[in-house]
Structures are given as structure tokens and as C-alpha cells.
Design a protein around this ligand. Structure first.
Ligand SMILES: Nc1ncnc2c1ncn2[C@@H]1O[C@H](COP(=O)(O)OP(=O)(O)OP(=O)(O)O)[C@@H](O)[C@H]1O
Ligand SMILES: [Mg+2]
Length: 213
């Protein structure tokens, strides 16, 4: 990584800069939380690491990894994006929970900026879409944005690494803007069609990392 860091720094931007611009947290960017530091605790975590590596190698199409808090979903998704960026691929990391905030911010920056931002995420070659369905309540705006983003990625066959605390069945109602509204079902139906689904099991890793976790 250090070698890659030097190489890209010559172009005026360090690898950490590129990672940050792609939405990957600094800890991931520095390699502290990468595939190398992921220590599988059970079979499901070994399998998920394998799938994440496949995604980063461009081999697997899309992934949907779900499971309880702290088992390494974001770690693996960010690790995959970091690996892709190291290789010079066009890749980004997006928290689904932050998407409505980002779009609202973009909207304040100017007319049409929110759509432009959504298009960026729709068109980037590789995307990690972390934490689907975490927000307690989905607004019609969030639901619609998510559906159009995922729809565009599915149409364009662009690989996406989804993570969620919920299996697809339970995720659908959480992504609907209002009762009777279909977007959550449509989102999950698309994910089911294109993604390898894997369940991560285990205890939360957060407690083990000591006071800094
Ligand atoms: N198998 C592992 N080996 C090393 N570190 C791990 C492992 N699993 C998780 N961690 C670390 O534990 C912390 C929590 O993991 P992570 O953020 O990936 O959890 P998550 O599954 O995304 O949880 P949440 O559902 O709360 O978002 C991170 O600092 C991560 O690097
Ligand atoms: Mg997470």
C-alpha cells in the first residue's frame, strides 16, 4: 500500500486522498481495516471474505451481505472499495443512511445538483451501498432516490456491494416511503435478481477492539 501511496502521490494526490474522495473512511484508506486485517471468526465470515475478495477482483457481479451489528459488513465493503481504488478503478463507498442528507445538501447547492449527485452514484463503475434500511423511517424521497439509483445500476450491470442489518424479506417494508407504496419491494426484488446473498453471523467485533472502538 505504501508503494501505491508513493506512486499516486506523484500525480499530486495521495492514495488516502483518493480513498477519502471516494467516501472510504481514513481507517480503511490506511489499510488498518482492509482484507488483510479481517480475521474471520466463523464459516460465514470466511465465506463473506471470499465473496468480498471476488467483488474486488471484479469477478463476482453484485453482493448483498446482511447480518447483526459489528460483524464486519462495512469493513468488508470498504475493504473491497479500497482495493478497487488502489487498482485505479472507479469506485465509491456510500452509506444509504447518509444518502438523503447528501441529496438535500446538494439540492441547497443548486437546482438539479441532487440529481447530478444521484447520477454519479448510479454511474460509478463499482459502488458499496452500506447500511440499507437502517433509518427508522424512510421518506418517499429517500425511497424514490434509492429505487432510481439501484434501478440505474441494475440496468447498466454495474457491480454493487450492498450491506444491511436485515435480510431482503425484512428490508423491503423498511425501504417503503409509506404504507402501500411499492419502492421497497421493487428495490429488494432487483437486489435479489442480481446479487449473491450472504449472511454474516457472529458476535459484534466492536467490544474486542478496546477503548477506541
Ligand atoms: N472479522 C473481523 N476482523 C477484524 N476486525 C473486524 C472483524 N469484524 C469486524 N471488525 C471490526 O469491528 C468493527 C465493526 O465492524 P463493522 O463496522 O464492519 O460492522 P458492521 O457489520 O458494519 O456493523 P453495523 O451493522 O453496526 O454497521 C470495525 O472496526 C471492524 O474493522
Ligand atoms: Mg456497518
Amino acid at each position: 500500500l505504501r508503494q501505491a501511496e508513493r506512486a499516486s502521490a506523484q500525480n499530486g494526490e495521495t492514495l488516502a486522498d483518493r480513498m477519502r474522495r471516494a467516501g472510504v473512511l481514513f481507517e480503511f484508506a490506511t489499510g488498518a481495516e482492509s482484507f488483510e486485517t479481517f480475521r474471520p471468526q466463523n464459516e460465514s465470515q470466511r465465506a463473506a471474505l471470499q465473496l468480498a475478495r471476488g467483488f474486488a477482483d471484479g469477478g463476482a457481479s453484485s453482493l448483498f451481505i446482511h447480518g447483526p451489528a459489528g460483524v464486519g459488513k462495512s469493513h468488508l465493503a470498504a475493504g473491497a472499495i479500497a482495493r478497487l481504488i488502489e487498482r485505479g478503478e472507479n469506485a465509491r463507498f456510500l452509506s444509504a443512511r447518509r444518502l438523503p442528507l447528501e441529496l438535500r445538501q446538494a439540492m441547497e447547492d443548486g437546482i438539479g445538483r441532487d440529481l447530478a449527485r444521484l447520477d454519479e452514484y448510479a454511474n460509478v463503475r463499482f459502488l458499496a451501498l452500506d447500511d440499507l434500511g437502517t433509518a427508522e423511517k424512510s421518506t418517499a424521497f429517500t425511497a424514490e432516490s434509492l429505487l432510481s439509483l439501484i434501478d440505474a445500476r441494475v440496468q447498466g450491470r454495474r457491480p454493487t456491494f450492498f450491506t444491511s442489518n436485515f435480510p431482503l424479506r425484512d428490508l423491503a417494508p423498511r425501504l417503503c416511503g409509506s404504507p402501500g407504496e411499492l419502492s421497497g419491494l421493487l428495490v429488494c426484488d432487483r437486489i435479489r435478481e442480481i446479487a449473491r446473498v450472504a449472511k454474516l453471523e457472529g458476535e459484534s467485533f466492536r467490544g474486542r477492539k478496546g477503548a477506541t472502538a
